[in-house]
Design a protein around this ligand. Structure first.
Ligand SMILES: [Fe+2]
Ligand SMILES: [Fe+2]
Length: 227
């Protein structure tokens, strides 16, 4: 797994190794206490539903990664005046497509077929919660919080998979992705805090968490990452 902040596989100096371990440990702490502020955690039995149809969950997952890359690219094209955002979201877009490639590789290795793009009803409902009636800045901040919200839930779902799935290769894979998505969550939330003009980001983030907490009650019963 590649990450712009750290790499699990590249040969590194001892110093970089310990820096990377510290970054990973900080993300693990972030994920655990509490789970990124999420109001409702997924029933672990959802992992059994997911594991009962690996070809389907992997296909759905691959397209989730593609959509995450597309979302980062959209944020770049709409907010190109912020060079640090352009650079960091370019790295995230590349990383999400690397995740896509990793999922496709697993699909291929196991003799499955990558199915057509799946509709994501959960994300579709989150899209509607985005503010469209305010200023350009408020729409920008909401788009960042929308991205952070999806990263937070994806991270939580990957944790449920890593802890409950019986397949050891996939358990390790989802543990690594959980760490990566926690990093993305932090990036989007930090940019919202940095670039707000007059939006109270903590207040608006709480509204997102409350909305998502209600929304997710209707999910958790399908073999989809946000299903
Ligand atoms: Fe990803
Ligand atoms: Fe991500």
């Amino acid at each position: 797994m590649q990450n712009r902040s750290f790499s699990l596989h590249n040969s590194q100096s001892t110093c970089c190794y310990y820096q990377n371990q510290a970054i990973i440990a900080s993300f693990v702490r972030l994920i655990q206490k509490p789970m990124l502020g999420l109001k409702l955690l997924t029933d672990p039995r959802w992992a059994n539903i997911a594991e009962s149809n690996l070809e389907e969950i992997l296909t759905d997952h691959a397209w989730c990664e593609q959509k995450a890359a597309t979302n980062a690219i959209t944020l770049i094209t709409q907010n190109s005046e912020h060079m640090d955002l352009v650079e960091e979201l370019t790295a995230i877009a590349i990383e999400e497509m690397q995740h896509f490639q990793m999922v496709v590789d697993i699909i291929k290795k196991r003799g499955y077929t990558l199915g057509r793009e799946r509709k994501d009803d959960y994300v579709g409902r989150l899209v509607k919660f985005n503010r469209r009636d305010g200023s350009r800045n408020s729409a920008f901040i909401d788009r960042l919080l929308f991205a952070a919200m999806i990263e937070a839930r994806s991270c939580e779902r990957f944790r449920v998979l890593s802890q409950n799935i019986k397949d050891p290769e996939l358990a390790k894979f989802y543990h690594d992705l959980m760490i990566s998505e926690a990093g993305h969550y932090t990036t989007f939330l930090n940019f919202a805090r940095k670039y707000t003009i007059d939006i109270d980001v903590d207040k608006r983030w709480k509204e997102w968490l409350d909305f998502e907490g209600e929304l997710i009650q209707g999910f958790g019963n399908r073999e989809a990452i946000h299903g």
